[in-house]
Every structure is written in structure tokens, then in C-alpha cells.
Design a protein around this ligand. Sequence first.
Ligand code: GRF
Length: 202
Amino acid sequence: KRVVVFISGGGSNMMALVKAAAAADYPAEIVGVISDRADAGGLTRAEAEGIPAFSFVRKDFPSKEAHEEAILAKLDQLQPDILCLAGYMRLLTGSFINRYEGRIINIHPSLLPLFPGLHTHQRALDAGMKIAGCTVHFVTEGMDEGPVIGQASVPVLVDDTSETLANRVLTVEHQLYSLALKLLAEGKVRMENGATVATIEA
Ligand code: GRF
């Protein structure tokens, strides 16, 4: 399966997918990286891996629709089967999502439905959580609310700061995302009637 990864920042999740996809038996290849920021560190990392990387800066376009149209035109060239949002800090419109219905996944650094949105680690600490983690889910029109594919958890330690917790979660994000993409690429999970359906092999 052909995969395009969307980033806005350093792209550590994108790199985890690139490394996983390098294995001969991995059922997906990363064929492109798209960023909404020209200065995203992940763009350079992708290029160093020989992966075509493109930035589409929102302010260069007259509207959100025009911005998305430019990205969709690039996707028409790359012909991806699956889109992976990885630290992509922009909401996609319903019409964009519909073009790739059931084939867009995202990683979010909390155990959804807890803590959708931003600053998830600080919010978990403020709430006194003893467990934290991340979620890979299908992307639907609402933010961080699509059907869940998988989750990974880590303990919260008494002296944790949002930084120490973020680092601990990031480690399991990388593991979870590679596994989730594998399951989707192999057709072992799919989205059906708004829910995640696992096809357990007999
Ligand atoms: C990660 O915690 C990811 O879950 C969140 O952004 C953080 C940085 O991601 N969306 P990356 O290093 O750019 O992949």
C-alpha cells in the first residue's frame, strides 16, 4: 500500500513509519510527505530518506479550500492508498476527508476520548491521571473523534512534567503507529458505518 504522511513539525512519528516501512515484509511504503509548514523539520528528514516532501503553506492560498485543492492535486500525483496524519496541526474539511473515506488515520497523544485537542500531557497531569498514552484512530470530520484502531498506555510518574510524560508517550506512539498502519495496510482493520471493524483471521 502507498502511504503519504502529513506533518507540521519534527516528524518523529513520520520517521517511525519510514523506518518500519523499510522492512521488506512491511505491507506499506511511504511515497511522500506533505507539510503545512515550510520550516517543518520533518521535511528535511524525509528528503534525507529519499522521500519526496512537499510543503503547502496556508497563507500562500486565498482560502482553506484552495489550500486543500493544491494538496489534493499533489495527492492525485502521488496516488496514495492511505494518508497518515502525524503531528499535523490542521483540521481537514469534510470534503477532503470524504475523498479518502476510511483511509485517513491520525495519532493523538492521549487515551481518547480523554483529552482531545491540545496540551494533552499537561491536562492529564492536572487531572491527576496515573495512566497516559496515545491513540491511533480513523479521521472523521470532528477533531480527534474517529473510531479507534489502537491505543498504547504508559504510567504517569509522581515527578513527571509535561515534557517527561510527552517523551515517554512519544516512544509508544512510534510503536503503536507502525502497528496500526500495518493492520490497516493488510486489511486487518477497516472503518465501516463509522466504527472500526477488525477482520480476525479464522
Ligand atoms: C506527537 O506527540 C504527536 O502525537 C502529536 O505531535 C507530537 C509530535 O509529533 N500530534 P512528531 O514528532 O512531529 O511526529
